[in-house]
Write a protein that binds this ligand. Structure first.
Ligand code: C5P
Length: 235
């Protein structure tokens, strides 16, 4: 399959058609954005790392029975994925308290939750992806009850698989964001990406942040952290 026409450019990726209408090519960019696009930077090599990491994690999830849009990595920055219509929800699963959860509720940082916390936001850049509850998604038609049940159970399953996988690599999975889409046949599947842009990873022994928080909080050596994640999962 080859890249044909440009479709869309997001903050971290570009989409292109292929000769098959069921598939598109995702190109991972070198750009970083945070705080809903207010903070921006470009770092050469970031797209390659996120493409490799995301491809590897989607493949690992497929090996564990979790279907996603991922088909195959084509080269350094490109991967073939199934064409989906994105459900306008950002799903967040948290194992440890930090980030917007602590800001929003004033709860203590770094507390291990007794069970995973499942949250949803409405995917809308102009509104800053506001936090919503299930009823908003249902009443405004963003997802059906059946889809929400499926989204929740897949998300919690992904958490279990990723948490165990990363624990074996000396990495704590703190939290992450997932997106879902409907393929051309109407099947709901995992979509977007899974990378240090969309997950919080803490080194199990040092507590070092190995994710986009290094960019958000100006902690330095951002790409070094992404490389460290790649090193651990490709070993
Ligand atoms: O900022 P917050 O604490 O809500 O982020 C929770 C998790 O979701 C983090 O892993 C973060 O990287 C991810 N996230 C994301 N895209 C967003 C918001 C959060 O990937 N728009």
């Amino acid at each position: 399959m080859t890249k044909k026409d440009f479709i869309y450019e997001g903050k971290a990726k570009r989409l292109y058609t292929t000769e098959d209408p069921n598939y598109v090519i995702v190109e991972y960019k070198d750009s970083f954005t945070a705080f809903n696009g207010q903070k921006k930077a470009t770092m050469s090599g970031k797209g390659v790392l996120n493409n490799k990491i995301s491809s590897k994690l989607f493949q690992m999830l497929a090996d564990n029975g979790v279907e996603s849009h991922f088909v195959e990595q084509v080269d350094d920055t490109n991967q073939i994925v199934k064409r989906v219509q994105i459900v306008p929800l950002e799903v967040i699963v948290r194992n440890i308290t930090t980030g917007s959860l602590c800001k929003r509720l004033g709860v203590e940082e770094g507390k291990v939750l007794p069970r995973p916390l499942f949250e949803m936001c409405y995917k809308d850049d102009e509104l800053g992806d506001p936090f919503i509850i299930e009823d908003h998604a249902l009443l405004f038609g963003w997802a059906t009850e059946e889809e929400l049940d499926k989204i929740k159970s897949i998300s919690l399953r992904v958490n279990e698989i990723l948490k165990d996988y990363f624990a074996k690599k000396g990495v704590v999975l703190v939290d992450f964001k997932l997106e879902f889409g409907k393929d051309m046949q109407g099947n709901l599947i995992l979509a977007d990406e899974i990378s240090p842009d969309t997950c919080r990873f803490w080194d199990s022994s040092t507590g070092d942040h190995l994710d986009k928080d290094r960019f958000r909080k100006d902690l330095g050596d951002v790409l070094g952290a992404y490389e460290e994640i790649w090193k651990r999962i490709s070993a």
